[in-house]
Design a binder for this molecule. Structure first.
Ligand code: NAD
Length: 357
């Protein structure tokens, strides 16, 4: 499998986003976000998204250099409409403004509407946590085909609607839960399909609503669906992500007309822990809880008990040391997408070549 350094993939992603029309600051934020997702082990939200972004751009469903509207900035409330702008930039800017407001008011309720794909939600949690804040976000996915069948349904009616919440732990290491409300994120079905491997048990249903581990129907034929995690409880959380992000935050929802893009809306709360809880107290109490959880005897088949955020940190350490593998199909798709925005093979080689791991 082709393997690259983080820097090499970042250089290439920056080049592709620039040729798609983004000014330098936007291209840098998109590239940084994508490669961080790969480092965290979430290839579903890493550089493999670039071909989809080129498709959205060509269809006029992703707008580079879009200036978000501030719909409301009042007290602790901040409402921003991204109008199909690059999600990584729109959400990054919105969360940075939300953090500044939380520092002033104690907390911010942030409603972000209609951003193009915002990627890995944990990135925004990490941003808030790095500023001594607690972060909680309900996110929905709209404007394209439904992907998630909730408990009891034989067909999809929702997107993969992620939920994310976290606090700072000791030494700045976050305790961060960041997840799709489907058993696996849609991009993980894409990665499995590209690699020609099965997805994990319980993640998919076929066109008849029966369980399947083969991603071919879902990816190639657009049949079947991803299942909500955790039976009716995961499905319930997915439904509440939809309602919070669509009805409360005011973004588009799965009941609205679709144009075939990927729109994320988010209802987030950002709490300044210097005003509530105390950053050091929260970190110490979070660590005590983490240690208590990890002191449990591992269940049969497990070597250790992990807590949210640990797998991502381990992935990052490994991938920084050994490089980031990109499966053959994803790499071919990235090269084809780069060609569509006028990037030559020589430019690709220059971007990643000297940085190939
Ligand atoms: P995942 O299942 O790999 O991990 C989910 C959470 O569980 C993480 O917080 C992780 O730290 C924790 N975890 C993993 N293994 C664990 C273990 N053994 N013990 C304890 N905790 C463990 O993630 P996912 O659901 O596949 O989501 C992947 C990414 O997709 C996330 O970053 C999410 O934000 C993103 N996403 C984005 C969108 C979007 O529209 N922008 C939609 C869906 C998902």
């Amino acid at each position: 499998m082709p393997t690259f350094t983080a820097h090499g993939l970042q250089t290439l992603s920056h080049l592709i986003a620039s040729r798609m029309g983004s000014e330098a600051v936007e291209a840098a934020e998109v590239a940084d976000h994508l490669v961080r997702a790969n480092l965290a082990g979430h290839d579903s939200h890493g550089v493999g998204m670039l071909p989809a972004y080129v498709r959205l751009l060509k269809a006029g469903l992703l707008v580079p250099n879009q200036v978000s509207d501030t719909v409301l900035d009042s007290g602790a409330l901040l409402v921003i409409d991204a109008k199909r702008g690059y999600g990584q930039r729109a959400a990054g800017d919105a969360v940075r403004r939300g953090i500044a407001k939380a520092k002033e008011m104690g907390a911010c309720v942030l409603a972000l509407r209609n951003a193009s794909h915002i990627g890995r939600i944990g990135t925004y949690g990490e941003l808030a946590i790095a500023h001594g804040c607690a972060f909680t976000a309900f996110v929905n996915v709209a404007d394209h085909g439904d992907a998630q069948a909730t408990w009891g349904a034989a067909e999809a009616r929702l997107g993969t609607n992620p939920f994310c919440t976290g606090v700072p732990g000791p030494n700045g290491l976050p305790v961060l839960l960041d997840m799709a409300t489907t058993t696996i994120a849609a991009g993980k079905a894409r990665v499995a399909y590209n690699k020609g491997v099965d997805v994990i048990e319980g993640a998919l249903i076929d066109a008849e609503g029966n369980p399947t581990n083969d991603p071919t129907g879902f990816m190639r034929d657009k049949t079947g669906a991803l299942r909500s995690f955790g039976t009716h409880k995961g499905g319930g959380l997915a439904i509440m992500c939809e309602i919070m992000a669509m009805a409360v935050a005011g973004g588009q929802g799965t009941v609205d007309e679709r144009k075939g893009g990927t729109l994320n809306s988010m209802l987030a709360t950002i709490i300044d822990l210097s005003k509530l809880g105390g950053a050091e107290t929260v970190a110490a109490r979070a660590e005590a809880t983490r240690a208590h959880i990890k002191s449990a005897r591992p269940a049969p088949g497990f070597s250790e008990v992990l807590t949210p955020g640990e797998p991502e940190r381990r992935y990052a350490a490994k991938r920084l040391a050994e490089g980031i593998e990109v499966d053959e199909q994803s790499w071919a798709d990235i090269i084809a997408a780069a060609a569509q925005v006028g990037i030559t093979d020589a430019e690709i080689a220059r971007a990643v070549g000297s940085n190939a791991a």
